[in-house]
Design a protein around this ligand. Sequence first.
Ligand SMILES: Nc1ncnc2c1ncn2[C@@H]1O[C@H](COP(=O)(O)OP(=O)(O)OP(=O)(O)O)[C@@H](O)[C@H]1O
Ligand SMILES: [Mg+2]
Length: 512
Amino acid sequence: MEDPILEMRGISKSFPGVKALKNVNLVVRAGEIHAICGENGAGKSTLMKVLSGVYPYGSYEGDIVYQGEERRFSSISDSEHLGVIIIHQELALVPLLSIAENIFLGNEPSRMGVIDWSEAFSRTRDLLKKVGLNESPNALITNIGVGKQQLVEIAKALAKRVKLLILDEPTASLNETDSAALLDLLLEFKRQGLTCIIISHKLNEIARVADSITILRDGSTVETIDCRTEEISEGRIIKSMVGREMSDRYPPREPKIGETLFEVRDWQVEHPQHPGRKVIKGVDLKVRAGEVVGIAGLMGSGRTELAMSIFGGAYGRNITGQASMRGQPVDVSSIQKAVGAGLAYVTEDRKALGLILNDDIKHNISLVNLPGVAKAGVIDDATETHVANRYRKQLNIRSSSILQKTLNLSGGNQQKVVLSKWLFADPQVLMLDEPTRGIDVGAKYEIYTIINELAASGRGVIVISSEMPELLGICDRIYVMNEGRFVDEMPASEASQEKIMAAIMRQYRVTA
Ligand SMILES: Nc1ncnc2c1ncn2[C@@H]1O[C@H](COP(=O)(O)OP(=O)(O)OP(=O)(O)O)[C@@H](O)[C@H]1O
Ligand SMILES: [Mg+2]
């Protein structure tokens, strides 16, 4: 694997007000797994969009040499034609179509001008086997989890005869088991000769699978590390990404925990489409003033459904149970009432639920607390600008200004805007669902610091996270959830990944 399959030379790319890439060089050897790392907004996704023709020839400067020839892709289908397939940061499957339909959408096998679905289904079956996905080709995308959706995207790439596979944060929304399975699959493809470019903020994964790592900072190449000649650690990558050592991943925490702030009892929720099917089966949850409480569990254990059902019934039907704030019953049956009662929920699904993509950073931040930026009942632009700039600085939101549309922000920076919005709403209890998904190491530390400060000011924070080290690092107490129930609860000081997993497995034994 010596010859380069790809050389990107002196690539520059600008957007109005932003120079996203400045003279970037990237050399990828045939048959390797090449990682691209860098902070949120460093230019990783933009570089891959240049490569794949999303940004066509003429809209950037520099040269792309692929398989020994200079290429001028004018569209994504040009690059696909040569086997360059990109799987974007936000998955692009059609939820209400089947796996087979998604895989062959726009690429349908046909016989005499008629789509040959039996051929499509049998080819889908083969492809699913190759990616190790045990689902029917008929299954609807909406009914399979994100981990499996990611595998469908890869199957779709295989259907297009991929030679260079580009994965933009493929494991961001996957749990550890699904992530490990996906990385094993990439290693298997590598043995079969496929070249891969992978972008990820999960540096432990990069350290595990990468043959080379190119680091971008502020739109420029910092270096390419050859993992065959150098021992790779997360610390080594971080230093190159942020330009300094980072000794601690979690800020120090000295909790001052008070009385019970918010509580739900015997919380029960039915599936929105299947009346009678219980998704949340009698949960008792409480968070005290000054406390950071984690909810651990596998994907599909009901954590998001629990939080959303508490937050104004945003999920589910026939919701029953008692909610109280400082010992007083509160009505949380609509989002407006939940916000009024002092709750906030930061969604894991920022694209669909968290942001008005067509609007700017400023308006998105003030959205749920308009009175906070109003004077005499009228929105005051100066206040709104001031507030937005404050959060932009505090969370280090990379953008040309607060007037930039959130649609054009990098994934991690979109997440920071969603978080700012709910921080500005000044809730008593903040529920955070996967708050650091897709966030770089430095910004994670900032977010943990904000969580600490919120707790220190007497608020309660509930964190749902699939990253157990994160829960162990920032929480005071951890609930373990499985199949719609809390199956265990422990102080973080006594918790470990093993104990949490054991609690989940124990329940399987009991229910089996
Ligand atoms: N269509 C666009 N219009 C304007 N600015 C853009 C556009 N796309 C990207 N940018 C800007 O270019 C810079 C690089 O963004 P990019 O999405 O490449 O970052 P990234 O390294 O992928 O970050 P993340 O880790 O958060 O996904 C950012 O400052 C972003 O705001
Ligand atoms: Mg990106």
